[in-house]
Structure formats: structure tokens, C-alpha cells
Design a binder for this molecule. Structure first.
Ligand code: PLP
Length: 428
């Protein structure tokens, strides 16, 4: 299958090129030329998370990756479950936080690492550069950990990520190198961008990026939605399903919308935002006006120009009406997020994280008769321990997996924010 650019000014690319390059030459995002509809029988079939996901992966990547390899890649990626948890009647949390770093980006990162390894032609290691303000670095570092032929450099701003986040990418060793940059997140991102533009560096090293614009990172997230549907169906609740996704860069919900194109019987979608409400406003006005992000307590959704908007825009033929027919929006202030966490915990005993709280609230505020809804609980509340403890006024236990990271020895290399120093480091 070929991949085209959402900007329409780059040549069609193979899957291999789309995965290795990430972004098209015209700076557009790659889209698959066709989206295969799954037969109705698929939605009635029994099967495990891995079995259903292998079928979905096959629809996307089956022409380009041999079936046995794809099956292994999916099985290795999904070494943990994504269970549905009933929070209250008619509202389910799809818990996407049971992977190594306790947030949903694990699946995309693990899948991408294995697909990149599959496509590596053996001409020396592939170097993955990733700038992080916290969550992406841990998912990518853990997803790529121990994968042969790939080296990962995580650039993070010194003193500006939480201790829990920091230990998730500085204690791993092996093929993961953490670079502690004396600067801000924007400085880290600028260093990575400059590296991709530097001719000498690209001559000497094979560089790639692992952010959510990569097709290999966002498409596998569709697995979640087929699995949620299968679980609801086993409960006899699959007739009028509403799916709500807390959204930042819109990669996760975009994968869900691809699922719908493949025939997934979800009635409607909700994109839940924090105070960064560019998409919400787009739904109201029909015009897309990106702007700088504002900081919130749901910080993995602090995005002012969601990169996957380009994919949604393309998928719906650039029609705001068509988008509105499938997706509604919601936006919540920090105060509303706090109120939601407190209220849900007091009434149901279920502890939300600040991102999932936006999803829960958006679902709860828009019920229609006969609907059953699920929202993605995108991170474990312990990842935001200080915030959540302050909100509920009680201690939050740290899961063993997370505690284990905190026991490891922190190793990182301090670097300044000047490009020359970073470049010499990579070359040496
Ligand atoms: C990345 C992230 C999101 C936002 O997902 P997008 O695919 O960028 O929309 C939501 N919640 C958590 C916890 C995240 O880490």
C-alpha cells in the first residue's frame, strides 16, 4: 500500500519510507491510500486482544509486512491488557494504562519500534531522537528498549520534568541515552529539529523521529477501539456505543476514526479537551485557528496546534459538517477537571487522572437515551501523584511497576542548549 501526504505535494511513499521518514517532504502527514473495511463477521467473532488486533494490523500493514512478522510484532506489542472498567451504569473506562509506563502511548511506541526494526536494512543503527516534556520520552524509551539496531536519544529539559517521569527514561541503560538539556522543552525540540535539517549529521548518521505524526505510532492505537467494542459486545451492550477520547495532538482519536472507516460500529465520538480548546472552537465555528498552548494539570494535552488535525481534515474531505456529524467536542478548565476527579472519586470510588477526567466528564454531560459510553483512561492517576493527592486530599498508591523505575540509578548526560555541542556529541 502507498501513503500520500496530507499536503498533496510530495510523492507517494512506501510504508517503509513513511515509517523511517515520519513526515513527508512537503511537511504533510502520511495517510494510507485505502482503508480496508472489515467484514461484519469480524465484529461478531470471539477473539483475544492480540487476535483481534492482528486482524486490524493486517488490514493496514498486511500488504507490506509478512503475516508471521506482523503477528509477532502485534503479540510483542500487546503484552498487557486494556480492560473496560464500569465506573457507573452506562459509563465505562477503557483503561489504557496497564503498559510499562502507565500511559496509552506505550502501544504506539512499542509497535513502531518493532516495525522500524523490521524495516531496518542493516546499514548501521537507526538513531531515534525524541524531545520530551515528560510522557512521550518515557513511552518511546521503554517501547524501544532492547530493540536491536536502534539507538534512542531522549532530550529533556533539566529540572522541568517530574521525578517520576525522569526516572522512566534515565534509569534504563542499554540502547537508551538520556540527554539532560540545560534549557526548556522548546530548546530540546529546537535541537531535534536542527539535527534533522543538518546535512553533515544526516550524511554521517541515520536519524529518525518517534513522535505521533508517524503512521506506525498512531495507527496501532486503533486496536484499542476494536477491543473496547468486543468487550461491550460480550456484555450485550454494543448497540448504541459512544466513544470519548481525551485529546491533545489527536493521534489517539484519529486512530479511532480510522476504526470507524473500517466498519467499527460506534455511533458517535467525543473529543475531550482541557483549556486548550482549538478543536472545540473549530467545531463551533468551522475555522481552525491554532495558537500557543496554555499550561494545565492535564499537561499531556497541552497542545495549541494538534498535529493530527491535518489527518482528520483529510479523512473527512475537508468538510466541517462531515466532521461534526461524527465528532462533538468538550473543553474543561483546571477547576472543572479537579471538581470532576473529586466528585467521581467520592461517588463511585474510581480515581481518575486529569486527562481521563476530561473524557469522563464529556461523556457524562452528553447522554442520549439508550447509549452506552466509554472513555479512554489514558494514564494511571499515580503518574500525576502530587496533583491527584492534592485534589482528593488522600494518598495515592504507586503501582509496583512505577516504583521499580524509581529504584533504578539515574544516568543522563548533561548538555547545553547550543546545537554545535549536541551535534558533536552525536558525531562522537
Ligand atoms: C498523549 C496523551 C494524551 C493525548 O493523546 P493524543 O493522541 O495526543 O490526542 C492524553 N492523555 C495522556 C495521559 C497522554 O499521555
Amino acid at each position: 500500500m502507498k501513503y500520500y501526504s496530507t499536503n498533496g505535494k510530495a510523492p507517494l511513499a512506501s510504508l517503509q519510507k513513511a515509517v523511517v521518514k515520519g513526515l513527508a517532504e512537503d511537511r504533510g502527514l502520511y495517510m494510507p491510500e485505502r482503508i480496508q473495511r472489515l467484514p461484519e463477521a469480524f465484529f461478531r467473532a470471539d477473539g483475544s486482544f492480540v487476535e483481534l488486533s492482528t486482524r486490524v494490523a493486517n488490514a493496514f500493514f498486511g500488504e507490506d509486512v509478512p503475516a508471521a512478522d506482523l503477528q509477532r510484532i502485534v503479540a510483542e506489542t500487546l503484552s498487557f491488557d486494556c480492560p473496560l472498567h464500569q465506573v457507573e451504569p452506562g459509563i465505562y473506562a477503557l483503561e489504557l494504562f496497564h503498559g510499562p509506563t502507565l500511559a496509552f502511548k506505550d502501544v504506539g511506541a512499542r509497535f513502531m519500534a518493532r516495525l522500524l526494526q523490521h524495516f531496518n536494512d542493516g546499514k548501521g543503527p537507526v538513531n531515534v531522537l525524541v524531545a520530551t516534556s515528560g510522557d512521550t520520552g518515557s513511552a518511546v524509551a521503554n517501547g524501544f528498549l532492547g530493540v536491536d539496531g536502534i539507538r534512542v536519544f531522549v532530550l529533556y529539559p533539566k529540572g522541568k520534568v517530574s521525578p517520576i517521569q525522569e526516572c522512566q527514561f534515565t534509569t534504563l541503560g542499554q540502547n537508551i541515552t538520556a540527554l539532560e538539556i540545560d534549557g526548556t522543552f522548546d530548546d530540546c525540540q529546537a535541537l531535534v529539529k536542527a539535527a534533522f535539517m543538518d546535512a553533515e549529521l544526516n550524511e554521517a548518521l541515520r536519524l529518525t523521529s518517534a513522535n505521533s505524526i508517524n503512521v506506525a505510532r498512531f495507527l496501532p492505537q486503533a486496536f484499542y477501539y476494536f477491543w473496547a467494542y468486543a468487550q461491550l459486545q460480550r456484555l450485550g451492550l454494543a448497540d448504541n456505543v459512544v466513544c470519548c477520547v481525551p485529546s491533545g495532538n489527536f493521534g489517539n482519536i484519529c486512530a479511532a476514526l480510522f476504526g470507524k472507516r473500517m466498519g467499527l460500529p460506534v455511533k458517535r465520538f467525543i473529543a475531550a479537551n482541557n483549556a486548550n480548546s482549538v478543536f472545540y472552537e473549530f467545531l463551533q465555528t468551522g475555522s481552525y485557528r491554532p495558537r500557543p498552548s496554555v499550561q494545565t494539570i492535564a499537561n499531556a494535552m497541552d497542545v495549541g496546534d494538534p498535529s493530527n488535525f491535518a489527518r482528520i481534515w483529510d479523512l473527512y474531505g475537508r468538510s466541517p459538517e462531515a466532521i461534526r456529524a461524527d465528532i462533538s467536542g468538550a473543553t474543561y478548565s483546571d477547576a472543572q477537571i479537579e471538581e470532576t476527579i473529586r466528585d467521581c472519586y467520592a461517588r463511585t470510588g474510581y480515581l481518575l487522572d486529569p486527562h481521563g477526567a476530561c473524557g469522563y466528564r464529556a461523556l457524562k454531560e452528553s447522554p442520549q437515551p439508550g447509549e452506552v459510553g466509554f472513555f479512554c483512561e489514558t494514564a494511571h492517576p499515580a503518574k500525576f501523584k502530587d496533583t491527584v493527592e492534592r485534589i482528593i486530599g488522600a494518598p495515592v498508591a504507586i503501582p509496583e511497576r512505577l516504583a521499580a523505575f524509581m529504584q533504578g540509578e539515574k544516568r543522563s548526560i548533561p548538555l547545553g542548549k547550543d546545537f554545535e555541542g549536541f551535534k558533536q556529541f552525536l558525531l562522537g
